[in-house]
Design a binder for this molecule. Structure first.
Ligand code: URA
Length: 413
């Protein structure tokens, strides 16, 4: 077999066999296929997509690239959730502690940033000392003692996703329904999940752009679930504005803590909805009962305490979480109602501030980011602060186009 022939075949929109996909992807994992050839193959996949047969084959190859965890020995019910990714999405950091407070177990495997969407693992690593890889003993102890553990892909668990994901992040190859489905479902199945909730986001702040793509994706992950006899539920949500007020790694951890301490708003509602679905799925109870349990976990303060316990268990020191001391304020020169906050432009701004990687070697700056000061529908006066930028250097020059992310209409001037 020959990698050039495989790339060319996909370029010509021909189907790749299991053996060809295995040769290319496992060859890449074993460093026999270099980054540039894998990037070319990923790009042809993004342009021409994988068909269902190829997606099933590649999911299987990803799963078999490492070990598969057996969660049947867990004392309790395990649930898992995953988001297809979006700007400011920090839902896992809220939902994990909620469902663990409600007695469920959530052994979660996440990824780093992907393109212009941040990743849970990067967010967690903004907490000094936080370990995203645990030994087997630590993993099982965490599940028993805390009920929520959050780890990354590793040399043992879906190593192929770890490598391909890192390359997709910096090669403009994030936006393929097939690659996203393979990446998410291989992590879930290798992690041993049996009850999975997938939060499918579409819109200009998400990897999937249209409702049609989101529907196709939801059907696909359910079919993959059937193949592996796991229960997959999906929630489809549009995402054209950022999820929450904070964008940036440490800032997003702070917002997750704020929600666990009672902050209200759209993101809190979404987290409660997702947690309620997981609780209802895990205990086989009604959504309403699950919702009440999720709400009680927050109002009692127990979910916040669970978050602190989770961070401490994975060796993070939350007291040392830092954001950049340098800030810039973006003020409105218009008056009116805030009609839109363009998530894609906000993400590009976050990228310029240093929230994401531009190449595999680049270190991201955990303390930089954006805090939105106005919510959709709010009245804005001229001179009001629209957002605060947390920057490395106050002399930073940001692309003026990205600052045009706020649409203000219907004012008196
Ligand atoms: N989350 C993942 O784990 N993989 C993707 O490809 C997208 C979102």
């Amino acid at each position: 077999m020959n990698i050039l022939e495989i790339i060319t075949k996909k370029k010509n929109k021909q189907e790749l066999s299991y053996a060809e996909l295995e040769y290319a992807f496992m060859g890449f994992l074993h460093k026999q296929i270099p980054d540039y050839q894998m990037s070319a193959l990923l790009m042809t996949i993004c342009l021409n997509e994988l068909n269902e047969k190829e997606i099933f084959a590649l999911t299987d190859i990803f799963i078999k690239s490492g070990e598969v965890r057996d969660l049947t020995k867990v004392d309790g019910v395990c649930v898992d959730k995953h988001s297809t990714g979006g700007v400011g999405d920090k839902t896992t950091l809220v939902i994990g502690p909620i469902v663990a407070t409600c007695g469920l177990k959530m052994p979660k495997m996440s990824g780093r940033g992907l393109g212009l969407t941040g990743g849970t693992i990067d967010k967690l690593e903004s907490i000094p000392g936080f370990q995203v890889e645990l030994t087997e003993e630590e993993f099982w102890a965490g599940l028993k003692e805390v009920g929520f553990v959050n780890v990354s892909q590793s040399a043992k668990l879906v190593p192929l996703d770890k490598e391909v994901y890192a390359l997709r992040d910096v090669s403009g190859t994030t936006e393929s329904i097939g690659l996203i489905a393979v990446s998410i479902m291989s992590k879930k199945i290798a992690g041993g999940a049996r009850n999975i909730l997938i939060d499918v986001k579409y819109g200009n702040g998400a990897l999937l752009k249209t409702k049609e793509e989101a529907n196709a994706f939801a059907n696909l992950v359910k079919k993959i679930g059937e193949k592996y006899q796991v229960k997959v539920q999906t929630i489809i949500d549009s995402m054209n504005i950022p999820l929450g007020n904070n964008i940036g790694n440490a800032l997003e951890v702070i917002e997750a803590m704020d929600i666990l301490q009672g902050k209200q708003g759209y993101l809190t509602d979404l987290c409660l909805k997702l947690a309620a679905n997981l609780i209802s799925m895990g205990y086989n109870i009604s959504y309403e009962k699950g919702y009440n349990m999720a709400q009680e976990a927050i109002t009692s303060g127990k979910a916040y305490q669970k978050f602190l316990k989770f961070v401490k268990f994975q060796k993070g020191d939350i007291t040392k979480l830092k954001v950049s001391p340098n800030t810039l304020e973006v003020k409105s020169n218009e008056e009116g109602i805030l009609k839109d906050i363009d998530a894609h432009k906000i993400a590009k701004l976050a990228s310029q501030l240093g929230c994401f990687r531009n190449n595999k070697e680049e270190k991201i700056d955990y303390g930089v980011g954006i805090v939105l000061k106005k919510n959709l529908g709010e009245y804005v006066n001229q001179g009001d602060i629209l957002c605060t930028l947390y920057v490395k250097d106050v002399n930073i020059k940001v692309d003026k186009e990205c600052l045009k992310c706020f649409k203000i209409e219907g004012g008196n001037i």
